[in-house]
Write a protein that binds this ligand. Structure first.
Ligand SMILES: *Cc1c(COP(=O)(O)O)cnc(C)c1O
Length: 345
C-alpha cells in the first residue's frame, strides 16, 4: 500500500534521527526557575538571530502570540491586523478572551496591509467613545494569504505609523524563516523593525513542539509572568529546546526545497481546466479553487483518496497544500503525476 501524502500543513513532520539524537543528549534543568541550560541556549540563539535583547520559549505559536498581545495591551483596547490574520481566525478568539482586546480588521491583499490602510483605522486617542488603538500585528509569511512575503519597505512605513501614534508593533513570524529563505535578508532586519516577534520551530523547521518570542529585556520580563499565568511554564523543556536548536541549525537552508516543490505544484494546477484559480506561490503554501462545474469538491476528495493525498479546505471554496520536510521527492512525483493525469472532458 502506498504511504499517505499529508500536505494538510507543515506541522505534520516527525523529528529526524539527528533531531532525536540531539534531544536525547540535551542537558536539562527546571526551566520554570530558568535553570534549563538548553532552553536558555535556544532563547539566546533566537534573540541573537533576530537582533533582540532577549527571548522566551513557548509551547505553541498561539500562546506565543497571545502572551505578546497581552503584554502590549490593556483590556478594552484595540489592535489592528489584516482580515486574514491567524491571531483573529485561528487562535480561538484568544485576543478577546485573554486580553479583552478587539481586532480592527483591514482588507489587505493576500493578508498584507499598506501603511495608509493602517493609518486610516487608528482611532483618535482623545475620542473616548471608541476603543483606544494600541497595537499593530503583522503576519509574515501570511498563512491564509498563501505564504505571501511582505515588502520590508512597507513594513518600515507601517513602523513609522506606529511610532507616530505610539502603537506597539508585533510580528507573528510563525513562517518568518520561509520569508527569510526567499528574500535572503538578515533576520535582524525584522528585529530592528518590530517590538516583538514570535517565531515557530514546529512549522517549516520540523521540531515537534515550540515557538519563541523575542523582544527587549523589559518586554521579556513581562512576558515570563504572562506565560506563567497562561500555564506555559515548562520544566525540563530542554529536550524540546534541543530539537529547536537542531532545527535552526539544520533545517533552515533546506526551506528553499519546500518552496521549489510548492511552486511546481502551483504550476501544475494552473494548467488544468478543473482549477479555477491558483494564488501566487512565493513560499511553501499553495492555495487554489476548483471549477465546481467541472470538478466537485466531493469528486476531488475521492480522486485524492486514490493516491492517499490529504490537503485542507480553507473556506470560501479555497484548498490549501503545504509542502514540508517530510514531503519527499517520490511523493512529489506522485502528486505532480496525479495533477497532470486528472482531467475532465
Ligand atoms: C501555525 C501558526 C501560528 C501558531 O499556531 P500553533 O498551532 O499554536 O503553533 C501562529 N501564526 C501563524 C501565522 C501560523 O501559521
Amino acid at each position: 500500500m502506498e504511504t499517505v501524502i499529508n500536505l494538510v500543513s507543515d506541522t505534520v513532520t516527525k523529528p529526524t534521527q539527528g533531531m532525536l539524537e540531539a534531544m536525547l543528549e540535551a542537558r536539562v534543568g527546571d526551566d520554570v526557575y530558568k535553570e534549563d541550560p538548553t532552553v536558555n541556549e535556544l532563547e539566546d540563539k533566537v534573540a541573537k538571530l533576530l537582533g533582540k535583547e532577549a527571548a522566551l520559549f513557548f509551547p505553541s505559536g498561539t500562546m506565543a502570540n497571545q502572551a505578546a498581545i497581552k503584554v502590549h495591551t490593556q483590556p478594552g483596547q484595540q489592535l489592528i491586523c489584516d482580515r486574514y490574520a491567524h491571531i483573529f481566525h485561528y487562535e480561538g478568539g484568544g485576543v478577546s478572551f485573554n486580553s479583552g482586546v478587539s481586532c480592527r480588521l483591514v482588507h489587505g491583499e493576500r493578508g498584507m496591509m499598506t501603511a495608509d490602510q493602517v493609518a486610516q483605522v487608528i482611532n483618535p486617542p482623545d475620542f473616548y467613545h471608541s476603543p483606544l488603538t494600541s497595537l499593530v500585528c503583522i503576519e509574515n509569511t501570511t498563512n491564509k494569504g498563501g505564504g505571501a512575503c511582505w515588502s520590508v519597505e512597507e513594513l518600515k512605513r507601517i513602523k513609522q505609523v506606529c511610532a507616530q501614534n505610539g502603537l506597539g508593533y508585533h510580528l507573528d513570524g510563525a513562517r518568518l524563516w520561509n520569508a527569510l529563505a526567499v528574500q535572503g535578508q538578515d533576520a535582524r532586519v525584522f528585529g530592528d523593525l518590530f517590538d516583538s516577534i514570535s517565531v515557530c520551530l514546529s512549522k517549516g523547521l520540523g521540531a515537534p513542539v515550540g515557538s519563541v518570542v523575542a523582544g527587549s529585556k523589559d518586554f521579556v520580563q513581562q512576558l515570563i509572568r504572562v506565560r506563567k499565568v497562561f500555564g506555559g511554564g515548562m520544566r525540563q523543556a530542554g529536550y524540546l529546546a534541543a530539537a529547536g536548536i537542531y532545527a535552526l541549525d539544520n533545517h533552515r537552508a533546506r526551506l528553499v526545497e519546500d518552496h521549489k516543490k510548492a511552486g511546481e505544484l502551483a504550476k501544475g494546477l494552473a494548467g488544468k481546466n478543473w482549477v479555477q484559480s491558483v494564488e501566487p506561490c512565493e513560499t511553501n503554501i499553495v492555495i487554489f479553487t476548483l471549477d465546481e462545474s467541472l470538478m466537485s469538491s466531493d469528486k476531488f476528495v475521492q480522486e485524492m483518496g486514490q493516491i492517499q493525498l490529504r490537503i485542507s479546505q480553507m473556506g470560501e471554496g479555497k484548498w490549501r497544500m503545504v509542502t514540508h520536510l517530510d514531503y519527499t521527492d517520490a511523493m512529489h512525483d506522485r502528486v505532480l503525476t496525479f495533477i497532470d493525469r486528472l482531467s475532465v472532458a
